[in-house]
Design a protein around this ligand. Structure first.
Ligand code: SAH
Length: 490
């Protein structure tokens, strides 16, 4: 992945004449991945369509730049592009498009067999597809009598074949998109007043903000869009440019959700706007954190735990704290910085996240013990050593990603919690979390309550979830993904 390739390419210039450009790409196959061009043409000179993004590698990030936006009278790129093979559907799917179709042609129709209200329409719920419907298209959803039920983004390759944007007969237009975004930003800024405590928050939380398949986090002057559907990925550039003036940000990153190839049948790498820094520093209740846009998990930082990190700090003064699965040290740093903990250990499997946790300790001029290790092995070692902690945080990754993993995932939650509880000192606190949407709070609570050693009295102090910038859609219970339980163990 680190091999850099100098690539020459030709684009039609402002007058339509061919212009030669040169760029460094980190791997020719990556340009292939992004643009799906003929591999033969990548050897030295490639020819891109106008409007195609030019992908330039700097510090692990690809930069996009619209070279020459479409002008009504611009000559056809075909004139300069004799060797261009016919565009493959995969190439077209990765092209960015406007949020709404540019012409007034009727939308392709997709038949839904049952009621249309939930934002996800699974393939099995659909009847006939209009053969004109292309992956990523905005489609009209009709019932079996042909009556319009709503509009959504279509991908026949995905299990969730339509992500519904709007029910009823009105097609989402530019005004609809801007209203969704303005309303989402107003919640964070005017209602929750998040700017007074942090510059890192979730601006769009998918179906809960009426935009299924899309999350956008704001990190200072950078917006990071994570797209869980092909349709949203194709509109990410347009969405970011609509959000930028509302949020007052300068840079954008767009990235596909995890396993986009399996879930949505497309592949893309995180792509950032020109001049985007590889990392940036944000603050949360005055504590600073580095966010890595290229190598970080998800959007780069878990804003959902913001309030829980602050709450945890209230239990930490003078205490020993263990942060299991600490990522870049979110809880660990706040336990020391806000909470004045005596000593803090963070355990993280991912080496680069652990390194960033150490950087975060330095940045905040605090001392943390960050261990790069598997939390299970670490807990077993500590148990053998008879080590106990006054405060333990257990925030594992999503252990149940699909229905097939439910049983296995439950067992892992049980094992994790049982071990973590044994490390809590008498009258100590355990904050235990689950971010598996497929495990509801009642089920999670049953697992946690079954885990303590027999004879040890455990009190549940609080049951909670994510911060309010991650609202829950009442029509989509799965959006209540983060569950937290605060326990006191005698
Ligand atoms: N609490 C963190 C977020 C944790 S995300 C915060 O506030 O920012 C979950 C983390 O668990 C990820 O960083 C992942 O790399 C890590 N992880 C996954 N499996 C692990 C394991 N077996 N042992 C330790 N860490 C693990």
């Amino acid at each position: 992945m680190n091999r850099k390739t100098l690539v020459n390419f030709i684009l039609p210039g402002p007058t339509g004449a061919a212009e030669r450009h040169q760029s460094t790409l980190f791997d020719a196959s990556d340009l292939w991945g992004m643009c799906k061009r003929s591999s033969r043409s990548l050897k030295k000179t490639i020819v891109l369509r106008p409007q195609t993004r030019v992908v330039v590698m700097q510090d692990g990030i690809h930069y996009y730049r619209r070279m020459h936006p479409k002008r009504p009278n611009s000559p056809s790129p075909q004139r300069h592009d004799n060797r261009r093979p016919p565009a493959s559907p995969a190439f077209d799917r990765l092209i960015q498009r406007p949020v709404c179709p540019e012409d007034d042609r009727p939308l392709p129709k997709i038949v839904a067999k049952g009621a249309v209200w939930h934002p996800f329409l699974f393939r099995r719920q659909l009847g006939d597809f209009d053969p004109k419907a292309q992956p990523g298209d905005l489609v009209e959803v009709v019932n079996t009598s042909g009556i319009t039920q709503g509009f959504g983004l279509f991908n026949p390759k995905a299990e969730i074949a339509v992500r519904l944007l709007r029910t009823g007969v009105n097609q989402p237009d530019d005004v609809w998109w801007s209203e969704r975004m303005e309303s989402a930003v107003a919640l964070r800024r005017e209602v929750l007043k998040l700017d007074s405590v942090t510059d890192a928050y979730r601006v769009i939380h998918a179906e809960a903000d009426g935009l299924p398949g899309l999350v956008v986090d704001k990190f200072g002057d950078v917006l990071v869009a994570e797209c869980f559907s092909l349709g949203m990925y194709q509109r990410a550039e347009a969405i970011l440019s609509m959000l930028e003036p509302i949020c007052g940000t300068r840079h954008g990153v767009m990235r596909p959700g995890p396993n986009s190839i399996d879930h949505e049948g497309f592949m893309a790498v995180p792509t950032g706007s020109e001049g985007l820094p590889a990392k940036s520093t944000i603050q949360e209740f005055g504590t600073q954190f580095r966010v890595d846009f290229a190598g970080g998990h998800k959007t780069g930082f878990y804003c959902d735990q913001r309030d829980n990190r602050k709450k945890l700090a209230e239990f930490c003064a003078g205490k020993s704290v263990l942060d299991l699965c600490c990522y870049t040290g979110g809880f660990a740093v706040q336990a020391k910085k806000l909470g004045q903990a005596e000593d803090v250990t963070g355990v993280e499997l991912d080496e680069s996240a652990a390194a960033l946790a150490r950087d975060n300790a330095k940045l905040n001029k605090i001392k943390l013990n960050i261990v790069q290790a598997d939390a299970f092995s670490y807990m077993r070692d500590m148990l053998r050593n008879g080590k106990k902690y006054d405060v333990v945080v257990l925030d594992p990754p999503k252990l149940i990603r699909s229905r097939d993993e439910i049983e296995d995932g439950r067992r892992k939650y049980y094992d994790f919690n049982r071990l973590a509880m044994q490390l809590v000192a008498p009258d100590g606190i355990l904050l235990t979390c689950s971010c598996s949407g497929l495990l509801d709070l009642a089920e999670f609570s049953k697992i946690v309550c079954a885990a303590p050693e027999f004879g040890r009295r455990v009190q549940v102090l609080i049951k909670g979830g994510a911060a309010a910038d991650h609202p829950i859609a009442t029509i989509c219970p799965e959006s209540e993904y983060l569950k937290t339980m605060w326990l006191r163990l005698e």
